[in-house]
Design a protein around this ligand. Structure first.
Ligand code: ADP
Ligand SMILES: O=C(O)[C@H]1O[C@H](OP(=O)(O)O)[C@H](O)[C@@H](O)[C@@H]1O
Ligand code: MG
Length: 377
């Protein structure tokens, strides 16, 4: 938590005779990182399992400043409402859609408030201004949306001093509810990785989900991961839209979707053992299988040609590759080491894709957070 008490020394000691202005109220600021669904996604949406990690390459931050009124501040770029021309407006809507982060901040305020009321958690009075910033490429399957929500939730927990009363396991549900309020079809894996940080194995088995409402989350040592690479292109994809057809088919009892999703969930289970044993040949095989199953369920039209090309370009040099989320970015692994990484960099650059080493952020739960955990395996 950052506390701003920046006062000039002149003002602070009132040397010019007049009373010093009151110090600005301290602000609270929290960051949440992008995430990579490494194995098992998107089975998190279907009582499956995933292994995901917090990605240090990109982050969103939210600042909460006490204020007289409750204000949700539009971002000057991401919530643009002033345009150079109608061309600019239409172009912007076509490329980035109608929405920015304002609705996400509003929604988490509502969900947080309702959660506190329902759980008899008293909230002190006082208002605040919420503002945000993010460098997570928008709608790239890197969980830009939930990073904003996650950072905002952390600010609210500290403003109301209720961090110890809202269990860590429950926080991803609140973040997801905030997005579901907005009709965004999404799962828990993003939010778990963002709340916990580091590398997390998640099991969303139905029995546990039905009885407790959340999955079983097991932090893993990030040192089990080999070097991984992130590939992306300017290619926004709306995760809600991508998911909606498969979701409907699953709900309608489509046997192919149900059995394929079970296969995807098994990949995370096998992947956990492979990682613990540092069996990276197996890891590569599982990453590829994961993507091939997604492709067979979602279909090429829904995945988009540029997304498919990213996976294929990586595979052309023998790298394993799959989506980090629902599309837009790819995570790749070069089992043959540095010479293969060089080849990967070359083919990606030739194809016009950005490629960079994936930075894994270790867990950042603090003591208050850890005390709320009901089980820590
Ligand atoms: N970078 C961003 N800046 C502002 N709002 C964003 C950003 N990324 C996502 N959003 C908001 O989140 C919503 C859902 O994004 P989503 O399709 O889940 O993308 P992502 O894969 O980045 O999470 C968008 O409709 C928009 O309201
Ligand atoms: O399809 C996926 O792998 C994920 O899609 C969503 O994430 P996003 O970053 O918005 O693409 C969803 O929220 C996740 O639960 C899915 O696993
Ligand atoms: Mg999202």
């Amino acid at each position: 938590m950052a506390i701003d008490r920046s006062l000039s020394s002149d003002a602070a000691d009132g040397r010019n005779g007049s009373a010093p202005p009151p110090p600005p109220p301290p602000f609270i600021e929290h960051k949440a990182y992008a995430r990579v669904g490494l194995l098992g996604n998107p089975s998190d949406v279907y009582f499956g399992r995933t292994i995901s990690f917090s990605l240090g390459n990109f982050s969103a931050s939210v600042r909460l400043q006490p204020s007289d009124d409750l204000v949700i501040q539009p971002h000057p770029v991401h919530d643009l409402v002033r345009f150079d021309s109608i061309d600019h407006l239409v172009n912007r809507l076509q490329n980035e859609g109608y929405y920015g982060g304002v609705r996400l901040l509003m929604s988490i305020c509502k969900v947080f408030y309702k959660h506190c009321i329902d759980n008899k958690i008293d909230l002190k009075g006082g208002n605040f201004t919420l503002s945000y910033d993010t460098n997570i490429p928008r709608q790239m399957g890197l969980s830009g949306s939930s990073a904003i929500v996650c950072a905002a939730l952390s600010c609210l927990l500290d403003f109301y001093k209720v961090r110890h009363l809202v269990k860590v396991e429950v926080r991803p549900n609140l973040i997801l509810s905030a997005e579901m309020e907005l009709g965004i079809v999404a799962g828990l894996q993003d939010r778990v990785a963002q709340v916990y940080g580091g590398l997390v194995y998640m099991d969303f088995c139905k029995e546990h989900m039905d009885s407790l409402g959340y999955g079983m989350y097991t932090p893993m040592d990030i040192s089990v991961l080999p070097p991984l690479h992130l590939i992306y292109a300017e290619n926004p994809s709306d995760s809600g839209k991508v998911h909606s057809t498969v979701r409907k088919r699953w709900l309608d009892g489509d046997k192919f979707i149900i059995s394929s999703m079970e296969e995807v969930a098994k990949i995370a289970l096998e992947g956990r053992t492979a990682l613990l044993e540092k069996d990276y040949t197996k890891l590569a095989e599982l990453m590829n299988r994961n993507f091939d199953l997604r492709r067979s369920m979602f279909g090429d039209d829904s995945l988009g040609s540029l997304n498919l090309k990213m996976v294929e370009v990586a595979r052309s040099v023998g790298a394993a590759s799959k989506f980090t989320g629902s599309g837009g970015a790819v995570i790749a692994f070069c089992p043959n080491g540095p010479s293969q990484v060089e080849q990967l960099e070359n083919v990606c650059r030739e194809a016009g894709f950005v490629v960079q080493p994936a930075i894994v952020v270790p867990s950042f739960l603090n003591e208050d957070d850890l005390k709320t955990l009901s089980h820590c395996s």
